[in-house]
Design a binder for this molecule. Sequence first.
Ligand code: TXA
Ligand code: MG
Length: 338
Amino acid sequence: MDTVFLPATNEAILQASAFLQQGELVAFPTETVYGLGADALNEKAVAAIFTAKGRPGDNPLIVHVADKSQLAPLCHVTPMAEKLMDAFWPGPLTILLMKKPSVPDVTTASLPSVAVRCPDHPVALALLKESRVPVAAPSANRSGRPSPTTAQHVYEDMNGRIAMILEGGNCRVGVESTVLDMTKDVPCILRPGAVTREMIAAVAGDCTVADSVMRPLKEGEAAPSPGMKHRHYAPKASMTVFTGKKENVIAEICRRYDRAENAVILSLTEDMPAFGSRRMLSIGATPEETAHLLFKRLRQTDEMGASLILAQGWEGEEMVLAVMNRMARAAAFDVVKL
Ligand code: TXA
Ligand code: MG
């Protein structure tokens, strides 16, 4: 298949919405990462997403809408969920609600709930409005690869496999949306993102975080969200993340680097001089900057042929949880506290 790759002009967005209406796949920018979209109500189109990504069929998709008025046929919206939509939409908050029969099983991996989100990106919103269909869209990477934060990343993973890629620059946030389960009494975060626990609690009164967010599932443990079961964001190299006292972290990274054959350091901007002439990439000066850069850096370490990644991590709350969740998973939970 020839993949159309175009800057997201009005004309290109019209062409992309026609593709969606015909059941074809279109990749588009959002504020978090690029999505790989299909008409969420068209079973064949949604099945094609799983094939194009090589995604396990038991991992459900997020349904994207232009605004909350599009939700009535899709799910049962609770008053508290609506309050959160009013506070955070459009934005990086995905809400799980009980689904209605119009949403096919292939979209939700046969779960009784459906994940819904309204993205805060002019191209995504224009595409959703123009196509007038709810759009099922996972991140537009091959399954197991880091999520794409540029159209070039999407091209690397998806060229020849999908109808069209809309080019819309770098994604502002850089990590995927917060996934919030609103089907229980207390809202519960299944995947941390830029809408933080603190922000949700300020609106909803209370909000918990699933404890499997920061650790591997135990043998036989049921995953609150199927996405937790699968290896994610994986660079080709093996990776270790270090947190704790800064001098210790720098010393340990240098020690391991000097023993290794082909290591690359992911360094906070301020600490780059401390690593001297060792091969390194910057992951910024704040947790927000690390979120913005992380997936791009993981792809770069692949291109550099790294066999070992030694990364500085963050400690704290709010955005740190989103960043450390992705780093820990990329490192297969090899996180060392010094
Ligand atoms: O920022 C984002 O959310 C991006 C952009 C494109 O919107 N999308 C994204 O989709 O990250 P994806 O498919 O890569 O991640 C969706 C996550 C998965 O971990 C999946 O298991 C979970 O949401 N999920 C979706 N529907 C669910 C459901 N009904 N119950 C539990 N978890 C669900
Ligand atoms: Mg994904």
